[in-house]
Write a protein that binds this ligand. Structure first.
Ligand code: GAL
Length: 716
């Protein structure tokens, strides 16, 4: 069955399973009902892009322009024999596609596409805007990106052109239009990747400055007083009398107006998003049955991911082993951070209901600080991690190890001789075989057990909060992402499906929503939260939430009072402690350490106090409160603990109250469901024994899962 990559599905899907209501009653019903044990099926609409029966497609990058043409056929044949189903062309080939301005040469690419097709390999076509040819940089130097310190980037590397340059965009669009005309109606091309890892550029070109002024004129209705008010320019004589006086903020200046920086970051993200969106629309003029995506680095702080509305879905690139130990145990640096792929899955998938992974390393990389060999099995573990999150395809960077250029030490599926399959290449081969076998056993995408769905939780996320908080951390040891991760990590130990969602999504699709340290807010958002809770939702808000408006200004009201209608709390004050002399919070007799941020709360009579401060002059004062409101609940966590133990125990306590069944997986072990399959992954340094319930059938691996091991079972 095919399925639709639209968020609408989620609403229909959850409504069916959770019977719309998201509150305590719904959770109670689920906990007591026998249906908990059974897998649930839902009807999913048809997708124009992927066939659910394929589970996932697997592909690999190839750069025909790097190799002697006489070797292409041998390489495609081998790719096919290893099981790959698609390849990926022309990502950095602008110089070959347009060797002189206006002279295009697609003949070589046509030959590569034809040979790939001979070996059943579909093609992802790329727009190569990350590598403009030298004629462009020499003839039109204004297209080059300028750093904040005045350095102008130059030809000889990549990603040196400015997205804010109208001329660069025009030259890009001319080339892309030719490419789209040529390949848009070609059934051998499955889809398009725009640019390469498009990031937000902090570009200090004159053109960027002019575009920033236009952005501000539009935002502030051409009224400089509105801008002065929003940016608080009465402070330090910063007032402007005209938009023409405004320059790009010097981020290096420690005391630069942070309201201005907030707008600048919004503007910078919009430049990347507009460029991608325009590329996409251009391709869609010609593309027949081809999807368009791009391959973002999962950088949550830049705020551009998901911001080009025309893209069909979002894809990401992920590298797991390259430097210091983010994993578990002595060999953890060979396996990687256990939540690195999970986090990316849970961030990308909710944007449009599906996602793909464009790059995953097949072995050692060249650019890290250590570049170790992955632990045998780790490459396969990563592929299964991507799959577990619900992706439609996995592509690896790259087929052959390059013999020249910046990435000489980068592993491929085959080594420097072009034919010997690397250990990582063999792991790809194994994964592909396993997927082919599973295609015989799987059911539709959304076949997932009811107890798994019952703990479905959303984390409300807006990158603007970290932009704002990180400029005014107030305590050097505060870390916005580490704070959010404390909640995320707990949810993953619960075996909960987690969606990172934006405010545009429907909160009522989730029994529990966490909005961690959501600093920038307005009445509309608070009203949305109130409605969600009153209708039965369970909301968790954490410290620093709703303290400022969307311009980053403090409202003229008691500090932190925007959410008082929800929590009922007043905030007496907040405190920040020395990291070497932290404080203690007590909950149910257990103590937890904190120092980065603590709010001293004054709760209403109808709230329960869950945790209090144990020291300082406010000993005994509330730090965490819980309250019923309408049909739902609101938990307020006014403190950030050192290691996340408090956050974990708060969520445990809450889910017990809500009768939401949770697991207790050790850190390093994750578990997800899709297509009627349970997937258990072990990133830890110890074997993990999984308790397989009766009726479930082991399909891949055994219940004794070694480090870097995978266990897949059928829940039908
Ligand atoms: C990625 C990039 C690829 C390649 C790869 C090497 O970040 O998108 O083009 O450079 O790194 O690991």
């Amino acid at each position: 069955m095919k399925y639709m990559v639209k968020s609408k599905i989620l609403a229909t899907f959850c409504a069916g399973l959770l019977t719309v209501s998201t509150g305590i009653q719904a959770a109670e019903r689920l906990a007591t009902g026998t249906q908990q044990k059974q897998a649930q099926k839902t009807v999913i609409e048809t997708s124009p892009w992927f066939d659910d029966k394929d589970l996932t497609l697997t592909g690999v990058y190839y750069y025909p322009e790097h190799w002697d043409e006489s070797q292409w056929e041998r390489d495609f044949k081998k790719m096919h024999e290893l099981g790959f189903e698609f390849t990926h062309f022309a990502e950095f080939a602008w110089a070959q596609l347009e060797p002189e301005e206006g002279r295009y040469d697609f003949a070589w690419l046509d030959r590569a596409v034809a040979l790939a097709a001979k070996y059943d390999l579909k093609v992802i076509m790329c727009t190569s805007t990350a590598t403009p040819p030298v004629w462009m940089s020499r003839k039109y130097p204004e297209i080059l990106l300028k750093n904040e310190d005045g350095t102008i980037l130059d030809h000889g590397a990549r990603q040196h052109a400015s997205f804010a340059s109208p001329l660069y965009r025009e030259l890009s669009y001319k080339m892309i239009e030719k490419l789209a005309q040529h390949y848009g109606n070609d059934s051998r091309i499955i889809g398009w990747q725009l640019d390469n890892e498009p990031a937000v550029q902090f570009d200090y070109n004159l053109k960027a400055e002019l575009a920033f002024r236009d952005f501000l004129r539009a935002k502030y209705n051409n009224d400089i007083q509105l801008l002065n008010n929003a940016w608080g320019t009465a402070f330090w004589s910063e007032a402007y009398s005209s938009f023409d006086e405004i320059t790009l903020p010097k981020r290096v200046q420690m005391f630069m107006n942070h309201h201005q920086i907030l707008d600048y970051r919004r503007f910078a993200a919009s430049q990347t998003n507009d460029f991608l969106n325009e590329q996409c629309l251009l391709i869609k003029k010609y593309a027949k049955n081809q999807w368009v995506t791009t391959n973002y680095i999962p950088n949550y702080d830049e705020g551009h991911i998901g911001g080009s509305p025309s893209l069909d879905f979002q894809s990401y690139t992920r590298y797991m082993v390259y430097g210091d130990n983010e994993g578990i145990g002595r060999r953890g640096y060979r396996v990687g951070n256990p939540l690195r792929i999970a986090w990316a899955n849970d961030f990308f998938r909710p944007i449009q209901g599906t996602y793909g992974v464009m790059e995953l390393q097949p072995g050692q990389v060249n650019w890290g600080s250590i570049n170790p060999q992955p632990l045998p099995g780790a490459v396969r573990l990563w592929m299964w991690s991507v799959f577990a999150g619900g992706s439609d395809f996995i592509c690896t960077y790259r087929y052959r190890q390059p013999l020249y250029g910046t990435e000489q030490y980068h592993y491929g599926i085959v080594g420097t001789d072009g034919v010997t399959v690397t250990p990582g290449g063999r792991e790809y081969e194994t994964f592909i075989k396993e997927i082919r076998e599973l295609r015989k056993h799987s059911s539709s995408r959304e076949t997932k057990p009811a107890d798994y769905l019952a703990r479905r939780t959303a984390i409300l996320f807006n990158h603007e909060n970290s932009w704002s908080i990180e400029r005014q951390k107030q305590n050097r040891t505060w870390d916005t992402f580490a704070h959010i991760e404390k909640y995320y990590r707990t949810l993953k130990s619960f075996g909960a499906p987690v969606d990172f969602i934006s405010e545009a999504k429907n909160l009522s699709d989730y029994p529990v929503v966490i909005a961690p340290t959501y600093q920038l807010a307005d009445k509309e958002l608070v009203d949305k939260w109130i409605t969600y809770v009153k209708n039965g939702g369970n909301l968790i808000l954490t410290c620093r939430t709703a303290q400022k408006d969307r311009y980053g200004r403090l409202p003229e009201a008691p500090f932190g009072s925007m959410i008082t209608p929800l929590t009922g709390n007043e905030m007496n004050f907040y405190d920040l402690l020395l990291p070497e002399n932290p404080g203690t919070v007590v909950m149910d007799g257990k103590e937890y350490i904190w120092n980065t941020w603590g709010e001293i709360l004054n709760p209403p009579a109808d709230a329960q106090v869950w945790a209090t401060y144990k020291n300082e002059f406010y000993e005994g004062s509330p730090a965490v409160t819980f309250r019923k409101l309408g049909k739902g609940t609101i938990t307020y966590v006014g403190v950030d603990s050192h290691n996340g133990a408090l956050e974990k125990d708060i969520l445990k306590k809450l889910y017990v109250q809500l009768n939401i069944p949770v697991m207790d997986l050790p850190y390093g072990v994750t578990m997800e469901y899709r297509n009627g399959l349970g997937i258990v992954l072990n990133y830890s340094d110890q074997p993990y024994t999984f308790n397989l319930s009766k009726g479930a059938k082991a399909l891949i691996g055994t219940t004794e899962i070694p480090t870097a091991g995978v266990f897949v079972f059928s829940v039908k």
